[in-house]
Design a binder for this molecule. Structure first.
Ligand code: HAM
Length: 416
């Protein structure tokens, strides 16, 4: 036994092993196709950014900025933060590269790891991956509907089961100011019913009390005035047009006047897709409109809308994966003297597009056959000393059990 301490992956992080990667590839290939079809271009932003981007973009009252960011000073004394979410970074890139001069809206999608120091549990990690999209430079409610429909289409093509969509509105500044005052007045009157952390949260952002998990808070919030009942005419109209467009697109949704999202940049539409199979962490994807974000980051007045969906959660929702065979063909060389020479034959077969494995561990013929079966090989190509001398291989079809001699130069063609 080794005397060294065994090192595990840090708490809340996980390794993605080959079987899971097969599912992940399918998710990413499907996402790429859906985004391509809807005219989104791909963007990759750095894994870390200036800390101020997130404190200003995501908001200082959010859990993400208050307690979940991985922030460090680099050797040059700059405060940097591992990206906790993608929207602020894409908005930063939009401003930095003068994208407001391009035809609007600019539509971008990404796949990237996100870092949040949360309490880990199934479906909630300290490093998770998101596939997401942002469309910046238009206030048209049809763009909200299109974003939602693109994400719904991704889930549809992936056949994610039991997905539901909830939509709410955060209103505009005109609606939110007076509503906030009304909500605070209500909460002040019920102050004695609230636990201390809810009172602290209340002064920072009273709307966040709608997603508080405490039973007393839930009871207080059940009777609280709703923003949905206090939307100004512009916000109401925006919401109505989003609903109309979703209807026309055939996207089912439920209106949820209590829907709040954990990021401060939202205005107007907010939405969340949930999947009942996910248990406590049922949010499979979410997003909304952010009309002030780009301007808050020093850019022009460019309203936008987007979403992010957790790849681990999509994978969990898809359930157990059926590992497909790892190889098409197994080359068995039951003669040690020939193994090195025949590696070139293995390479040729691989170049023909077949997935090929051979023994690289000095197995006996019997063990090689077991190895081939465990990899799910459809064919075993045996090249022993006699075959080698005759310039042929014995090709065995593992399904039918038939075996026949094929000239070495023709094996790829026969199996292809
Ligand atoms: P979010 O709701 O914080 O939104 O995250 C989006 C999705 O990422 C969630 O619905 C969930 O599937 C996944 N997710 C979040 N946190 C974790 C975690 N700790 N472990 C595993 N999966 C997680 C955003 O990040 C916004 N940037 C979305 C957006 C884009 N809004 C507008 N544009």
């Amino acid at each position: 036994m080794s005397q060294h301490r065994r090192i595990s992956a840090p708490k809340g992080t996980r390794d993605v092993l080959p079987a899971e990667h097969l599912v992940r590839s399918r998710i990413l290939e499907t996402a790429k196709r859906v985004f391509d079809e809807a005219a989104f271009g791909q963007i990759t932003t750095p894994t870390f950014e200036d800390t101020e981007l997130f404190s200003r973009g995501v908001g200082t009252s959010t859990d993400i900025v208050r307690k979940e960011m991985y922030t460090f000073d680099d050797a040059g004394g700059r405060s940097l933060t591992l990206r906790p979410e993608g929207t602020a970074a894409v908005a930063r890139a939009y401003v930095q590269h003068g994208m407001s001069k391009l035809p609007q809206p600019v539509k971008l999608w990404y796949v990237a790891p996100m870092f949040r120091h949360e309490a880990p549990q199934s479906g909630r990690y300290r490093e998770h991956w998101q596939v997401g999209a942002e469309a910046i430079g238009s206030q048209d409610p049809l763009l909200d509907a299109e974003s939602i429909a693109v994400l719904a289409e991704l889930y549809r093509r992936l056949e994610v089961p039991d997905v539901r969509l909830r939509i709410g509105s955060m209103g505009d500044e005109e609606s939110r100011g007076p509503y906030r005052a009304l909500l605070l007045e209500y909460l002040e009157a019920r102050r004695t019913d609230l636990p201390e952390d809810a009172i602290a949260r209340m002064s920072q952002n009273p709307l966040r009390l709608f997603d508080h998990k405490d039973r007393d808070v839930i009871a207080v919030m059940a009777e609280a005035p709703l923003l949905a009942d206090h939307l100004g005419p512009a916000a109401s109209e925006h919401q109505g047009r989003v609903f109309e467009a979703l209807l026309a697109l055939g996207v089912d949704y439920e209106v949820d006047p209590r829907l709040v999202r954990g990021l401060d940049y939202y205005t107007h539409t907010v939405f969340e897709f949930t999947c009942d199979r996910l248990g406590a962490q049922s949010g499979i994807g979410g997003g909304g409109r952010y009309d002030r974000l780009v301007a808050d980051l020093g850019g022009p007045d460019s309203p936008g809308v987007g979403f992010g969906s957790g790849i681990e959660r999509i994978t969990l929702a898809l359930g157990d994966f059926d590992p497909s065979p790892a190889v098409d063909c197994y080359v068995a060389i039951p003669d040690d003297g020939l193994r090195a020479e025949l590696l070139a034959f293995v390479t040729d077969l691989r170049r023909s597009g077949l997935r090929v494995e051979t023994d690289l561990r000095g197995r006996s013929m019997k063990a090689m056959m077991r190895h081939a079966a465990s990899l799910g090989a459809r064919w075993v190509v045996i090249v022993g000393p006699q075959e080698h001398e005759e310039g042929v291989a014995s090709v065995r079809d593992m399904e039918s059990g038939e075996q026949r001699a094929v000239p070495l130069a023709r094996v790829a063609e026969v199996l292809g």
